[in-house]
Design a protein. Structure first.
Lengths: 418, 249
């Protein structure tokens, strides 16, 4: 006998179905939504979402943010005027839609197409990737021609209220280079931000990405799928300073030999915030290198999660992988979940992982205090040093300093928030 | 300067200091000698304000002010300096950054403006030169990878920069070779004046050959067992601590 257990739709799932149904969608989007509906919002029973029970925690799906009109664009312009421009080319999205009035033209050799790309997604993708692909209300495709160095580009993800679903596609041709500095700003407290970024790096291409989540939306789900061809290099750094419930997930496939992957991040959590970093590096070709280095500071009753997985296919010989997640808990009620995994099917590889969770060293705190440094400042100095090692992975000194400055403000403000 | 009155201290229920009374006068260099485990370091930590100790009775006054009521950083700003027996390593924090933070924190405490970078650098260069500290070393993280001698020299460098009223040196001679001992002692001697007091904790006479004390206290079983002049240190070197350990028992 076959008993099909039918899952009850949650209120949020029902609202998402409704949102999807209201607008005309492509066949690919429909298939993506079908995938999402099959999986539903993931909860504790889904292994990869065990620590972030979205099904229970996302009680309501916020209504879709309306297309921004003049007023919103003027407000965005005012907000941006106060932010230093970090690159010659700045692309600005409001609730996932690229806003031409606020954006620069791309540099030579770079093509920019406005609108959510409509490529088919893989059949086995994560539920939230399927959801973002299905509902995507905006986005862009950025293509860097072979051999072109696009330099640094700044992408500002502005949010207001409500839900936004952005889908971005970034393609680098053979030997091309680009450095993206992405900032998430402006979200109102209840905002729900979804973003899917699909990256393909052709032979010998290199992409550097530094993404910082600086505002405090209710929900921030940031998914990246990347494919690396032979000799391609991807660096991705994530700074998370805000957001009530946030998850960054990166799924990287190393498809060509001699590719190099480096993922790093710094997550700073306080209050009752929850933040999840989930990464997967799939080595599918020989002589690939992957480095994962994540640091998390958890205060108050906040909870951090790191899930990292390195898989090495049988033919991906001479793979060199090293993954590290380290956390400092600043209160007895703070939580950190560390789940590193290695799945190795090749026999000639070097792969390791390490995970630590600790507290600030009271000897170090006292040493600083004994020199006249007040306790809050002493702790801030030590936390900054802890974070600096992650930030140190950013090769671009100017961007690293910008990230360090934001982290420093968080450390210095901690005493005031208590 | 410093008055310790009937001080009793315990750690996790075990009594370490027992009704200890001690006075260090303005401009005085006082040495405390005594066998291992007699509470010398505990006394230094109590003065500096290290957490984890329970003061069960007594008081500690600096120029008449109750030190025990102050947070460690307040004691430092009011002029207490502890040169650690084991200076703590702080990876990721450049020594220079740390020195600047300490100096400026103390200035802010007194309502003064932060030092400008050129002023700070001038002060550091002068202090480093006097202690034969390579300025390059100050770019490295605090005490990380420093030799025993280098760590102690950096402690004295901090002392010279912060210009405290009361300097407590906890076994500053441990881990030092003869040359380093000389440099460190000269550094300390350069800071001696009639307003600044020193409390020097040591096992051995050796350090006191270089830093001549005005007073020598012998500590045993958590209290001061005998007080005398510099000749007492020589006597201890000859005869050992057996007399005090037995007498106090």
């Amino acid at each position: 006998m076959n008993i099909a257990l039918k899952r009850e739709k949650t209120a949020a799932e029902a609202a998402l179905t409704d949102q999807f149904a209201k607008a005309p969608r492509s066949a690919n989007a429909a298939r993506a939504f079908q995938r999402f509906e099959t999986l539903g919002l993931p909860g504790r029973r889904v292994e990869s979402w065990h620590y972030t029970d979205l099904r229970a925690q996302l009680k309501e799906a916020a209504p879709l943010a309306a297309a921004p009109h003049e007023e919103a664009i003027a407000a965005a312009r005012a907000l941006l005027a106060a932010e230093p421009k970090l690159a010659a080319t700045r692309l600005v999205l409001i609730d996932g839609r690229l806003i031409a009035e606020l954006s620069d033209a791309p540099p030579a050799g770079v093509a920019l197409t406005t609108g959510a790309p409509d490529g088919a997604i893989a059949e086995n993708v994560d539920a939230l990737i399927a959801l973002a692909a299905a509902i995507a209300t905006g986005g862009f495709t950025l293509s860097v021609n072979a051999g072109v160095d696009a330099g640094r580009l700044e992408i500002v993800h502005l949010s207001r209220e409500g839900a936004s679903f952005a889908r971005l596609r970034i393609d680098l041709g053979a030997g091309a280079r680009a450095a993206l500095v992405e900032r998430c700003l402006g979200a109102a407290l209840g905002a729900q931000r979804h973003r899917l970024t699909e990256i393909t790096l052709a032979k010998g291409a290199r992409l550097d990405q530094v993404v910082s989540l600086e505002d405090s939306p209710r929900l921030n789900l940031d998914s990246t799928i990347a494919q690396l061809a032979e000799g391609a290099e991807l660096f991705n750094f994530g700074l998370a300073l805000g957001g009530e419930l946030t998850r960054r997930q990166l799924f990287v496939s190393i498809d060509g030999p001699n590719a190099q992957l480096s993922l790093a991040g710094l997550t700073l959590l306080d209050g009752e915030r929850r933040s999840d970093t989930t990464i997967e590096a799939r080595h599918g070709a020989p002589r690939g290198t992957s480095r994962e280095f994540f640091r998390t500071i958890v205060a108050d009753e906040a909870a951090g999660t790191f899930q990292g997985k390195i898989t090495v296919a049988p033919h991906a010989q001479k793979t060199d992988g090293a993954m590290k997640s380290q956390a400092i808990l600043l209160s007895p009620t703070a939580t950190m979940n560390n789940k590193p995994e290695l799945e190795i099917f090749a026999d000639d590889v070097v792969c390791g992982h390490g995970a630590t969770v600790g507290a600030l060293d009271p000897q170090q705190v006292f040493y600083l205090e004994a020199r006249g440094i007040p306790r809050d400042e002493a702790e801030a100095i030590l936390l900054e040093a802890f974070g600096a090692e992650a930030i140190g992975r950013i090769a671009d000194a100017e961007i690293a300093e910008a990230v360090a400055t934001r982290a420093r403000a968080w450390f210095a403000g901690r005493g005031m928030r208590r | 300067m410093l008055e310790v009155k009937n001080l009793s201290v315990s750690v996790q229920g075990k009594q370490i200091l027992d009704n200890l009374t001690l006075t260090v006068n303005d401009g005085e260099v006082a040495a405390i000698m005594g066998p291992n485990g007699t509470g010398k370091s505990t006394l230094s930590y109590i003065i500096a304000g290290k957490p984890g100790y329970e003061v069960t009775s007594g008081e500690v006054l600096l120029d008449g002010e109750d030190l025990l009521a102050l947070a460690p950083h307040e004691r430092a700003a009011k002029g207490v300096f502890l040169a650690f027996q084991y200076p703590v390593e702080i990876p990721g924090v450049a020594t220079m950054t740390f020195l600047k933070a300490a100096l400026n924190a103390q200035r802010r405490f007194h309502g003064e403006k932060d030092l400008t970078t050129p002023d700070f650098m001038r002060k550091v260069r002068a202090a480093a030169a006097a202690l034969k500290v390579d300025i390059e070393m100050l770019k490295r993280p605090v005490n990380v990878g420093f030799s025993g001698g280098e760590k102690k020299r950096i402690e004295i460098l901090q002392m010279a920069l912060l210009q405290p009223k009361l300097c407590v040196l906890d076994e500053t001679d441990s881990g030092l070779d003869i040359d380093a001992l000389k440099v460190v002692s000269e550094g300390v001697n350069a800071l001696r004046d009639d307003k600044r007091s020193f409390l020097i904790i040591t096992h051995y006479q050796r350090l006191l050959d270089h830093i001549k004390p005005d007073v020598v206290h012998v500590m045993a079983k958590g209290r001061i067992a005998k007080t005398g002049g510099p000749e007492l240190a020589l006597e201890l070197e000859r005869e050992g601590y057996a007399e005090y350990v037995d007498a106090a028992a």
